[in-house]
Design a protein around this ligand. Structure first.
Ligand code: HEM
Length: 533
């Protein structure tokens, strides 16, 4: 029976095939004839119409249940021009338009996740997503850099870096950090003095001090003051080169070219530092910076065979160490400068808060101002820590963390993000959730007292991300800022001039006050509070 039907079908196909072929050939001929009869203009307009329709259909298909414009109002480019000059208020409107919202810019489809749980889900799904970097980052940070590792390779490498940022390791970097803080207290006071103590922009100085602190922690005394100044001065070129919208090919004298040149110069310096650190440790020296700590971990691991030691059994080359240290600088510079600007502004604007910090700083030293900043001292700075945490919550330096979808990813029941799309977990809404943080738009350090709802809501604390890429430097940040704010509060009388733009947020990689922070610093006696001009 079956054989008969198969034969019949074959017979029918044989009979009809010539007819179908003839029809197809005729259709093709008439289509070609029609195309030949069109002018170049008509062909171009037809192709453009096809492209526009395809662009809209592709947008609609990918958009699914996400919030977002019904149509792509600016065909092809989407809101490209707005993305060149990002505005905080526009971001905010997007986050609060729905827990998943989308935009499409050129061929890139971007999904923004603004609820706490979706943001966490994305950051904790390394099987489906990986951090998204702009194309040019691979050239600037170099293709073999550890930051581009994914999955198990990333987890393994990350384990070897964690050892450089444990509390024990960080404790060793503190004396170097304190030296830098002392120097910059002098410097800020003398800058203000040179300007007759009139308010002036301190945004650049904040970036410089943060760069100097990071470089001291990473390279210790191996890096000279001139080298620090040069890197601090030029670093903004790297930030500009790695902005979300930039030309992917490095052409001479463009932003990306300057960025790469700066990064290469910094990495060359770090390579030399790595060798000096290895020599220092080999000659029995104690570690005082990240480079030293790394060399020491390698040296100590030689005769051991436990899991931790095996991470350091291979020799990390100077080049590899320099590239890793550059990523630390890259990850820290903008975010830490942002925190510094907001923290100094916020505290200066609230004399009661500043007063409490000063009292605590004197108390933890038992009134003995010769005491050096150590880990036990920092652990006693409960109120200062709360002020820093609240600044990070109130003005989180990193608003969003872009990820790219590696394979189709069901983000929520009714939405699956397509492969290749960008998924951006947003950190701000979770940190301003009124159910967890009462009056979320007010700065209230006391909300962080032990046992408080804010403290209990660990899942909302997304300032440093979560999951396998969670910030490597978070403990370092808290320690450094306790030392920094504590000493400036004790030894300087710092004032902030409030302008209508002070509380407005400017987005430049991270966030800064729109007026660039107008401040003055005067020398202050830490015990009597007497201010000297
Ligand atoms: C206020 C300062 C800082 C903030 C707010 C901050 C925030 C963040 C955030 C949100 C992430 C992404 C986390 C994720 O994808 O889940 C991150 C990653 C990272 N941060 Fe920080 N960060 C700060 C300072 C630093 C410093 C000082 C360092 C220096 C070591 C650092 C090193 C890193 C590194 C290396 C990564 C990538 C980790 C990985 O991919 O495994 N950060 N940071």
């Amino acid at each position: 029976m079956a054989d008969v039907s198969v034969d019949k079908v074959a017979e029918f196909q044989n009979a009809t095939m010539p007819l179908i072929e003839a029809t197809n050939t005729a259709a093709m001929t008439s289509l070609l004839g029609m195309i030949r009869s069109l002018s170049y203009w008509q062909i171009a307009i037809t192709l453009l119409c096809v492209l526009l329709v395809w662009d809209q259909i592709s947008y609609q298909t990918k958009k699914g249940s996400c919030e977002g414009p019904r149509w792509k109002w600016y065909p092809i480019i989407g809101p490209f021009l707005e993305s060149l000059d990002p505005k905080f208020e526009e971001y905010k409107a997007k986050w609060y338009s729905g827990e998943l919202s989308c935009v499409s810019i050129f061929h890139k489809f971007v999904v923004i996740a603004s609820s706490r749980d979706l943001a966490r889900k994305i950051m904790q799904s390394p099987k489906f997503v990986k951090p998204c970097v702009v194309d040019v980052a691979v050239k600037i940070l170099r293709p073999n850099n550890w930051v581009f590792l994914d999955g198990k390779a990333h987890v393994d490498y990350r384990k070897s870096l964690n050892g450089l940022f444990t509390k024990h390791a960080l404790e060793q970097y503190l004396p170097g950090l304190e030296d830098i803080i002392d120097k910059y207290i002098e410097k800020f006071v003398s800058i203000s003095k040179g300007n007759d103590y009139k308010p002036q922009v301190f945004f650049h100085e904040m970036r410089e001090i943060l760069c100097a602190l990071s470089l001291s922690a990473f390279c210790g005394k191996y890096i000279t003051e001139d080298q620090v100044r040069k890197i601090a001065d030029d670093y903004y070129l790297v930030t500009a080169a790695l902005e979300l919208v930039n030309f992917p090919i490095i052409l001479p004298y463009t932003k990306t070219w300057y960025g790469k040149r700066t990064a290469d110069a910094a990495m060359k310096i770090f390579e030399e530092c790595a060798q000096m650190a290895k020599d220092h440790i080999a000659s029995g020296g104690e570690p005082i910076c990240v480079m030293d700590a790394w060399a020491k971990l390698m040296q100590d691991a030689k005769d051991k065979d436990d899991e931790q030691s095996r991470l350091y059994h291979r020799e990390f080359s100077n080049k590899e160490m320099s590239e890793a240290v550059f990523t630390f600088l890259f990850a820290s510079q903008d975010a830490s400068s942002s925190l510094a600007c907001w923290l100094f502004q916020i505290v200066a604007d609230r004399p009661d808060v500043l007063q409490k910090i000063r009292e605590e700083q004197v108390a933890v030293r038992d009134g003995d101002m010769s005491k050096k900043v150590t880990l036990p001292l920092i652990e006693k700075m409960k109120y200062t820590t709360m002020c820093i945490k609240e600044s990070l919550r109130y003005r989180p330096p990193v608003l969003m963390v872009p990820y790219v979808v590696k394979q189709k990813f069901q983000v929520r029941d009714n939405y699956t993000a397509p492969k290749g799309s960008m998924l951006i977990p947003t950190l701000y809404p979770a940190l301003h959730d009124p159910e967890v943080y009462e009056n979320p738009d007010e700065y209230i350090p006391e909300r962080w007292v032990e046992g408080s709802p804010a403290n209990a809501a660990k899942k909302n604390w997304l300032v440093f991300g979560c999951g396998p890429h969670v910030c490597l430097g978070q403990t370092y940040v808290m320690m450094t800022f306790c030392a920094l704010l504590g000493k400036f509060a004790l030894y300087t009388d710092f004032q902030h001039t409030v302008t209508p733009l002070s509380e407005k947020i400017k987005v430049f990689a991270t966030i800064f006050p729109q007026d660039d922070l107008l401040m003055t610093f005067k020398r202050r006696d830490p015990l009597t509070g007497e201010v000297h001009e």
